[in-house]
Design a protein around this ligand. Structure first.
Ligand code: NDP
Length: 456
């Protein structure tokens, strides 16, 4: 419902006061401020005629994590040097279920990054309709260039502290940047050893020890399913579309795979060194080569041009200048800026579906919304990964494994239901503001649970 002029002025003033207070209480945390600002600008006007949420200070409570655990992680490298990193877990909100969210190992991990990710996770998990609270964790450990032995020792040391704070009814971590199948296996092995229990406390596990089929593919597949739903509202489909994808890790790989399966043409992939552009399209064979490069040989995306003729490498650049119909940012936060968004709009881009978390800056999102681009924000578009993590937990609790088809079907249904929820709360005449839809749709369930509990 549109607000009156007076209500809008009230909401604007409240937003300014609210953000000022949040920034004062959380100094030096720009990513966290950005994530909260993106949510608050939709939620605060929504609260204007909803007194119960306002009086209970739900938004203030939802922007304060339940707790943050910070710990030292010591390990020895292959040259027997003692190394020290910082481990963290931000348990943000467990109003609708046990904490759930990934672990990130990357040199740039800090509290601001983990608080932004944990905060977003609360909304995302709510949107999946599964009973999962929100959390995020990780360490300022850089797995690049480390041997398997070094990664194993780091993971074991990390879990030696984290294990006492997690559990199947408390907090269930998973992977994220720098935490793939290898790291999850080391982490779960150490957890199991310390607890002397085999429980589904980590998701993304190997298939031999409680993992779910389709979990590896889920975030990327889900991101493309969400894009397909958005396109369908305009009577369009993925087949024949030129697609630009960033990243070349887990999310990018399976986003690209699903695009190819649906008949789209993938033109780019990237890593922190730059992007490759293949005007002929990255087909199944080329993608299999990229997966081996990244997952087994742990090489750089620049190597692509030496193998596949006609492709080019653009050092230190991101792929947004390549003309496309559809864009899938799948690498990391703040990798797509307002000037990139302007270029994409000028080049005729119709849709952006975020595989990574917060890849578009606040100003870039405004460009997309102002130009009525179909824009699927991360908390909706990449929720497929955590949704299948939730299904992995269900299978673990039932002590059985569902087929690939069964899990894929449930993933698709969840992505469709998230899309419907975004349309329900984000409709603005002919246009759907998926950002607003996801923010309000994710907020209500958590807020109602918090109201029901009273003041805790
Ligand atoms: P991976 O570690 O598998 O891949 C990350 C990719 O992003 C790599 O290609 C990496 O390049 C690139 N990258 C990382 N940092 C930067 C940077 N600063 N600049 C440019 N490129 C960078 O991680 P995932 O694919 O799992 O995660 C990608 C994104 O998706 C993250 O935002 C994550 O939070 C989000 N996500 C992941 C989910 C999952 O299920 N895995 C679920 C939901 C969201 P390089 O190798 O050079 O570092």
């Amino acid at each position: 419902m549109a607000l009156s002029k007076a209500q809008q002025a009230n909401a604007d003033a409240y937003l300014e006061r609210f953000m000022h207070g949040l920034e004062r209480r959380n100094p030096g945390e720009p990513e966290f401020h950005q994530a909260v600002h993106e949510v608050a600008r939709d939620i605060i006007p929504f609260l204007e005629d909803r007194k119960a949420y306002k009086e209970a200070h739900i938004l203030d409570r939802m922007t304060e994590p339940d707790r943050i655990i910070v710990f030292r992680v010591c390990w020895t490298d292959d040259d027997r040097n003692v190394r020290v990193n910082r481990g963290m877990r931000v348990q943000f909100n467990n109003a609708i279920g046990p904490y759930k969210g990934g672990l990130r190992f990357h040199k740039n991990v800090n509290l601001s990054v983990l608080k932004f990710l944990g905060f977003e996770q609360v909304f995302k998990n709510s949107l999946t309709t599964l009973p999962m609270g929100g959390a995020k964790g990780g360490a300022n450990f850089n797995p690049h260039g480390k041997s398997d032995g070094e990664v194993m020792r780091f993971c074991q040391s990390f879990m030696t502290e984290l294990f006492r704070h997690i559990g199947p009814y408390t907090d269930i971590p998973a992977g994220d940047i720098g935490v793939g199948a290898r790291e999850v296996s080391y982490l779960f092995g150490q957890y199991k050893r310390l607890q002397n229990q085999f429980t589904g406390t980590i998701t993304g596990k190997g298939l031999e020890f409680g993992g779910s089929l389709i979990r590896t593919e889920a975030t990327g597949y889900g991101c493309v399913y969400f894009a397909r739903e958005m396109l369908a509202t305009r009577g369009e489909e993925i087949a024949g579309k030129r697609c630009v994808v960033s990243g070349s890790g887990n999310v990018a790989q399976y986003t690209a795979e699903k695009i190819v399966q649906l008949g789209g043409k993938v033109l780019t992939l990237s890593d922190s060194g730059g992007f490759i552009h293949d005007p002929d399209g990255i087909d199944e064979e080329k993608l299999a080569w990229v997966m081996a490069l990244k997952n087994e040989r742990r090489g750089r995306i620049s190597e692509y041009t030496r193998k596949w003729e006609g492709s080019t490498f653009h050092e230190g650049k991101r792929p947004w200048s390549v003309p496309c119909d559809l864009a899938f940012p799948c690498a990391t936060q703040n990798e797509l800026h307002a000037d990139d968004a302007d270029t994409m709009v000028a080049n005729g881009c119709q849709l952006v579906s975020e595989g990574a978390n917060m890849p578009s800056t606040f100003d870039a999102i405004n460009v997309f919304l102002n130009n009525k681009i179909l824009f699927g924000p991360a908390k909706a578009a990449n929720a497929g990964g955590v949704a299948v993590s939730g299904l992995e937990q269900t299978q673990n609790a039932m002590r059985l494994s569902w087929s690939r088809e069964e899990v894929d079907k449930q993933l698709l249904e969840i992505m469709q239901s998230i899309h419907s929820k975004c349309v329900e709360y984000g409709r603005e005449g002919e246009f759907t503001n998926y950002v607003r839809g996801a923010n309000i749709g994710g907020f209500i369930k958590v807020a109602d649970a918090m109201l029901a509990y009273g003041v805790i």
